[in-house]
Design a protein around this ligand. Structure first.
Ligand code: ACM
Ligand code: ZN
Length: 535
């Protein structure tokens, strides 16, 4: 019955616009929508007029995306704003990410607090057109003024390209998905036990050795004993990295590279074994899990290596934040390593937890001196952290809550809501879900229910800078499978990040059926469960 009802709702949604209450259409839900009289008809002849060259680029991206929906590509010109057109301009009185989208009988005006705001206004317009039926003359868009801005400044999506690698075009498609949902940070997980994925010119063995594993486990980790016997890997060259960072920038998405330390480092250790406590030999991992082999915190050459790596990383990534990992670093090797024990003694540290803090703070200081700031997984709290470190809470929300109480900035990415490598229905076997992670599923409803402020008073809430979804790829070898995990759950994250305080799951569910049309038209693959009424 539920399934039939949903199909009826989906059908109604796809053939009618709810007058001009476009809050019923757009995901993430806009802040306010004021209906007015009349319609503007968007036709293939409508021109996009932009007040600056950079807005011409934003207009062109919009025109391309719109073409996938309407079948015709609008012309985009740098020009003065005029009636009869889609007009793009900046109004510095608005906040940076804020926009106003005004549809009147005589034209469409999008003003943003910056180009970024205009870009978000264009995403909303795209969804409005997609939800409108084409008539003989074109798309009759109801007159309206939408005023909109995000609640959280940080709205992120992480992509692990280490456990499995994806092509440059696939990474760009991931970025397209983020852009459609007004997500503004791309956290790119680039180094792991199973493969190092970023070219560092000073260390060519990273590309030759660390980027490849001899084979890959088939099936469930710790259960399966079967391997595929096939060498696997690859690297993103610096030219490719630049191309991806530029592609993201055109979509107003900041890229945050993650260079993992001190754990998840076996691939790097395989190429440069002296950087480990035992000096190896090591082998790039062929299965999943947590390795006891980590970077040695006692040897100076470890820091020399990481600083040289980061020197090249900083050249490639202009955004202020660099993620330096910090998760899942067992202390076993450090406990028996003479170099690490000497470091503990000389620095007056209490134990190996403080040794990790020493490690992270030393790298943080080095980055701070170069104008950058760090993000680390919540394990960095354990031996103490500096005031300027941002904590990414992944083991539930407790790490984030503790960090906010300390006055550290926090990004909430709790696995229980934000890990989209987890199954997405309550019965993954019955629903034929592909092999996934997680003891409990992250259904769309569950993902949507995250309250990033839970457990914090008003004063502490100011440290919650935003939210992020994480796609780990141990069991995800193709981009079609990746999309199946991302969509539609990333939409829930987008709405938490953008429309916090204005959330309503039933209302969101109705709008998701409209967004599905956009997914279809743009050729994105998505999981069917929610759309078929399966939770
Ligand atoms: C993590 O999932 N190990 C951050
Ligand atoms: Zn050591």
């Amino acid at each position: 019955m539920k399934r039939i009802l949903l199909i009826i709702v989906a059908t109604i949604c796809s053939i009618s616009v709810y007058a001009s209450d476009y809050t019923n259409v757009i995901v993430p839900r806009p802040l306010s929508c004021q209906a007015a009289e009349g319609v503007f008809v968007l036709t293939p002849k409508t021109v996009v007029r932009a007040s600056s060259e950079t807005l011409v680029s934003a207009g062109k991206i919009f025109a391309e995306d719109l073409a996938a929906i309407t079948g015709s590509t609008l012309a985009v010109r740098k020009s003065s704003l005029r009636e009869g057109a889609v007009n793009l301009s900046v109004d510095s009185k608005l906040a940076e990410e804020e926009y106003k989208l005004k549809i009147t009988k005589t034209g469409i005006w999008i003003t943003g607090g910056s180009n970024r705001g205009v870009f978000y206004g264009l995403q909303s317009l795209l969804q409005i057109v997609a939800a409108t039926n084409k008539d003989k003359v074109g798309y009759s868009l109801a007159a309206v003024t939408i005023s909109d801005k995000p609640h959280f400044a940080y709205r992120g999506g992480m992509f692990d390209v280490c456990r499995h690698i994806f092509t440059v075009d696939e990474v760009k498609r991931y970025i397209d998905i983020l852009a459609l949902h007004k997500i503004n940070k791309f956290h790119w997980h680039l180094t792991e036990d199973q493969g190092w994925r970023i070219e560092i010119k000073r260390y060519p063995e990273l590309s030759k050795v660390a980027a490849y594993r001899n084979q890959t486990i088939i099936g469930r980790n710790r259960v399966s004993k079967v391997y595929d016997g096939t060498r696997y890997g690859g690297i993103f060259t610096q030219e490719e990295v630049k191309e991806i960072v530029a592609y993201a920038a055109e979509r107003y998405i900041d890229v945050i590279p993650e260079i993992e330390m001190p754990g998840h480092a076996v691939a790097a250790l395989t190429a440069y074994p002296n950087l480990g406590c035992t000096s190896g030999p090591y082998e790039v991992w062929t299965r999943w899990g947590i390795s006891k082999d980590v970077f040695c915190a006692g040897k100076e050459e470890t820091f020399e290596f990481l600083e040289n790596v980061l020197t090249e990383v900083l050249e490639l990534f202009p955004y202020k934040y660099i993620h330096i990992g910090g998760d899942e670093a067992p202390r076993d090797r450090w406990k028996v390593c003479p170099h690490c024990q000497k470091r503990i003694k000389e620095e007056g540290l209490k134990d190996e937890n403080q040794l990790q803090s020493y490690f992270m703070e030393r790298i943080e200081k080095w980055l701070n001196e170069r104008g950058r700031s760090i993000i680390g997984w919540d394990e960095i709290l354990k031996g103490g952290i500096s005031k300027s470190a941002t904590v990414m809470s992944w083991r539930g929300t407790k790490g984030g809550i503790a960090a906010a109480k300390l006055g550290n900035n926090v990004i909430m990415a709790p696995n229980t809501y934000c890990y989209i490598d987890y199954y997405q229905t309550s019965n993954h076997k019955e629903n034929n879900e592909p092999l996934g992670n997680g003891r409990k599923p992250v259904t769309l409803r569950k993902a949507y229910s995250l309250d990033p402020y839970e457990g914090l008073n008003k004063e502490q809430q100011q440290y919650i800078k935003g939210v992020q979804m994480n796609l780990w790829t141990e069991y995800i070898a193709t981009f079609a499978h990746a999309q199946h995990m991302i969509l539609p759950r990333i939409a829930a994250l987008a709405e938490i990040g953008w429309s916090y305080g204005n959330k309503d799951y039933d209302d969101f569910s109705r709008r998701m059926h409209l967004l599905r049309n956009v997914y279809d038209k743009q050729g994105f693959v998505y999981a069917p469960y929610f759309f078929e009424g399966v939770e």
